[in-house]
Design a protein around this ligand. Sequence first.
Ligand code: PEP
Ligand code: MG
Length: 575
Amino acid sequence: MTLKMTGTAASNGVGIAPVYIVDKPNLSFEKQRISDSSAEIERFKDALLAISDELKGIKEAAAEKLSKDELAIFDVHIEILNDPEMFNQVVTRIRSQRINAETAFEEVISRVIREFESMTGNKYMQERATDFASIRDQVLAKLEGKSLPNLQTLDHPVIVVAHMIGPSDTSQMNAKFVKGIVTEVGGRTSHAAIMARSLQIPAIVGCKGIAHQAKNGERAIVDGFSGTTIVEPTPNQVKHYQQIASQYAAERLEWAKLVDSPSLTKDGQQLTISANIGSSNDILAAVDNGADEIGLFRTEFLYMKSEHLPTEEEQLQAYKEAVESLGGRTLVVRTLDIGGDKPLTFMPLPHELNPFLGYRAIRISLDRPQMFRTQLRSLIRASQFGRINIMFPMITTLEELQAAKKIYYEERKKLRQDYPKIGANIKLGIMIEVPLAALYAERLAKEVDFFSIGTNDLIQYCFAADRGNASVSYLYQPLNPPFLKLIAHIIKSGHQHNTTVAMCGEMAGDRLALPLLMGMGLDEYSMSATSILRTRSMMKGLNIKECQQLYQRAVTECETATQVHDLVEKWLIAH
Ligand code: PEP
Ligand code: MG
């Protein structure tokens, strides 16, 4: 019987093949009292060392197949294995409670996993829980003398179905045989998803129950565009998806040709398509995918990774490394957007009932100016090594913007005592992601060189719908006509004062939003690296005048997001 299940679309493409369930051995164990704690500690040490060596071996073997980014994921896992704090906690438990290594280790690592899982407002941190869970399985299997499945031995096409897969599983996969991946846990930024995208294997994550409902050998279709898995499809469904797969393969070949091309519209206007990144590790993928610039560098991960407030020198190194690897492209750095849902280990923040409406981003920076000054100084200094622009997140009022600018200019002035022209090329901008700032864009535009519209937050605030709450996700409606008018207002207001207008929220990479945004006159489109070439290819086929007409029709003829959706779909087919 045909079974249709949905999860989160994690890697584009369509795969059709028999199901291969990755069966993990039963890793349950008994809590045991031990008499020789030193021997038990040695056993634990040997297990960590053996896995560390295995991971190094897999990393070496995969060096040709994977990019620097993906290889770095192994270092993250090796780092977890070598973490002295975790090791000491386990050893202390073995010694003081005289329990077996499995019990002590499981207690320690489960607490870490729970902590990460509880960061519900922060997808990135939440998904780090899967790294620790993968280490837990590897260590427990080693201690118990069991072996985990090995995907290297595959010799026929399959759809890999698993509860969870870690980077070592994905790196062993041969893209020749793995036609698709479906996991029960994980989100778009989990490592399994990142790896699948780079290996260009269609993937779906967060497809609850699939590992129990599908059976080995059953035929399955993975639709990585929509997040749909079909087990035992009908012949018509197979035919339909085979067509989509071959069309997509042909399209990808065409897109790849545009990697070094400028981002031009059909009528020859040059726009900018850039990439959003979370660390300098992401730059390679951005450049490989033809990014014109980096339109958003989210600096919070630099802080979240660290156990102390990153010093001016540490930040300088990070920004310098990032801008130097960009080959002359501009790097737009957003100052710290921390708070509420994004915690810092070294700076406990008060618990808040409404973290998204609370103490976050520029509000914290202005309240703790020393931290803000350190970041600004390192950015100004890093601008000697490449083109850096700076933007402030979550600006709501004119006073906030003026206060942030004042601090920026004070630090620049101090640095200029030693380096007279430092920071001369830096452009200053703000994120427009609070409705009040959007409404007041005509005044704010006088203060800055550029705007970057953060639609992820702007939509959640305009629709009063928490962006992380699945029950209200139907209110994520970038195509809603009054919302489109608000975007157009921001763009027009910016242009009245020669302020460049970019967009770095997810809407910028949305296929249906593209012609509307071009019709409104948006200058720069910043998105995840893997969407760049598709967008450039689409842009090449669109004429600005016609996009303007489409936008006018959307806001005059349509009253709902669904109507705009249908209008644009039809319009694109006709083009
Ligand atoms: C946004 O709000 O659209 C944005 C790009 O910022 P973040 O997703 O980091 O909040
Ligand atoms: Mg935001």
